[in-house]
Write a protein that binds this ligand. Sequence first.
Ligand code: ZN
Length: 135
Amino acid sequence: MESEHFKAAELRCRHCGRAGVRRELLDVLETLRAKAGPLKVNSAYRCPEHPIEARKPKPGFHTRGLAADLVPLAMPLRTFYDVVRTEPRIKGIGVDQAAGYIHVDVREASESILWVYRNGRAVVTTEPFQEVGNG
Ligand SMILES: [Zn+2]
């Protein structure tokens, strides 16, 4: 599966090349792209055997084709975060300020959840940018 601005190759599992991104995620990626300009996809679909998923107690939303890790190429991460927050279909938002990307997912949920990555671990927060300082 691919869309106007996202090619099948960048959405596939980087470990085995399998495809698995869902249309509802791709629609949200296009919406973000329209508001934020070009986005680099660090990771979208990941199969359950992908090394990052394999070491989790339970596979995450990437394995269901519902998550992507995005690097904004045309604006600062903080500004991109504000754009991400305007999209109600995004229910999971994880900010990795050190690595310069934001995880977004379109899980089924009534409330959204926010977290930051600290020392490689996801830590739930309500203010991702205050949590990690002003950097
Ligand atoms: Zn794989």
